[in-house]
Design a binder for this molecule. Sequence first.
Ligand code: 13P
Length: 257
Amino acid sequence: MTDRRDLICGNWKMHSNHLEAIQMIQKLHYRLEPDTYERVEVVVAPPFTSLRSAQTVIETDRMQIGLGAQDVFWEDEGAYTGEVSAPMLAKLSVKYVIVGHSERRQHFGETDEMVQKKIRAVLRHEMTPIVCVGETLDQREEGRATDVVVTQLRGALSGLDAEQVGGLAIAYEPVWAIGTGRNATPDDAGEMCEVIRNEISELAGSDAAESVRILYGGSVNPGNIKAMMAKRHIDGALVGGASLDPDTFAAVVRYWI
Ligand code: 13P
């Protein structure tokens, strides 16, 4: 068996100002018994504007909650109005950066090539990318789900060495399951996560495939997380809506209770 540590990350998307973020993190902290962190790495990814406040509250109260960002630009600095760079995030003690979320691909035209450049920027600054892949409903109904996911994966990971690939987190998020209340069945999710691990073995070798963490995302809630986590190739979850309420997110994180 492997020693991959569970990773559960709350993606807050465009929700909460910095004052709300402080309260949400404090509440979450009080709801997570200390033994939680022996089993699972807990990360929250608030909007950029809340990162500094989140960092301060986490460090001041010596919380074990990790900090994530929802996106990054690939250049370190320059004339890129509105963008935020990897060194800026690293300076805020950000550990994880979500890259290639389907909402960014859909609304902001992100391509596999852009995703790849962002992954490299995150790795250059010693943070961990959470690389999102996943098919749309049309693609699934046309029987192309696996092809789409494998293509996204190859595009995103091209040029990385085996050690870099082994350190990544990959989130399988079927687009049709995001924010719809319609999660993939644990069997379907587990199967796609196995496809992803096999593909990583092809691309980067078996050591990388054994150590890479593969998360499921899409309508995760306290009622379905346990069955997801029971799947051999699912090492965690990327949680949207259910991460916004600290009680609900705590119940997701402590899925074995
Ligand atoms: P929901 O959990 O709201 O479906 O969102 C999933 C997601 O997109 C996490 O990144």
